[in-house]
Unconditional design. Structure first.
Length: 170
C-alpha cells in the first residue's frame, strides 16, 4: 500500500508548520484556521489561546483523528494540557524548542535531516523523538492510507455567527 505524504497545517503563523512539514517530508498547508480541511498534523502554540483554538477545531471522538503538535513558547515547557486541546486527536505531541534553529542559516534544511541522519545535539534528538511519536500516531491510525478529505460534506455552511432565515431565493 502506498502512503501519501502527510499534510501539515498550523492554526497561526510562526508555530513551526514549515519546519514540521520539512522534517516529515510532508505537504506544507500554511495557516489553516477556518479551513474545511483538517490536516494530518495540526500545529498550535502552547498557550491558553493556542490550545483553545485547537479545541475549537478538534475532530471530536472517533477513529482516525489527526495529530496535534504543540509548539513551545519557552525552552523548558512545563507540559501540555492535552485536555484543553479538545477530543479526537490521534495524539497530542509537545515539540521541544531547538534554540540553534533560530540562528541557523537554513533551519528547514536542518529539520529535513532530523529523521534521516545522525543527530548530535540533545534538543534535536528530543525533536526527532517527538517527530517519531507523530509518525507512530499517523501510521497506527492508517490516516495516510486514504486521501485527505474535507471535514464536512454537503452544501455550503454559513459563517459562524451568521443566522440563516427561511426565505425566497432571488
Amino acid at each position: 500500500m502506498t502512503r501519501r505524504a502527510p499534510a501539515v497545517g498550523g492554526l497561526a503563523g510562526g508555530v513551526g508548520t514549515t519546519t514540521v512539514a520539512r522534517a516529515l517530508r510532508g505537504r506544507d498547508l500554511g495557516v489553516v484556521a477556518g479551513s474545511d480541511l483538517l490536516p494530518d498534523v495540526l500545529l498550535c502554540r502552547d498557550t491558553a489561546a493556542g490550545l483553545a483554538a485547537a479545541a475549537r477545531v478538534a475532530p471530536g471522538p472517533g477513529a482516525d483523528g489527526p495529530v496535534l503538535a504543540v509548539h513551545p513558547v519557552s525552552p523548558e515547557p512545563d507540559g501540555v494540557d492535552a485536555g484543553a486541546a479538545g477530543a479526537g486527536w490521534a495524539a497530542v505531541v509537545a515539540l521541544p524548542l531547538v534554540p540553534g534553529w533560530a540562528r541557523a542559516a537554513d533551519p528547514w534544511a536542518e529539520a529535513g535531516a532530523v529523521l534521516t541522519g545522525p543527530v548530535a545535539a540533545t534538543a534535536v534528538r528530543r525533536y526527532a523523538d517527538a517527530l517519531g511519536r507523530i509518525v507512530a500516531a499517523l501510521t497506527a491510525g492508517h490516516r495516510l492510507d486514504r486521501p485527505l478529505a474535507p471535514r464536512h460534506r454537503g452544501p455550503l455552511r454559513p459563517l459562524r455567527g451568521v443566522v440563516l432565515l427561511p426565505g425566497r431565493v432571488r
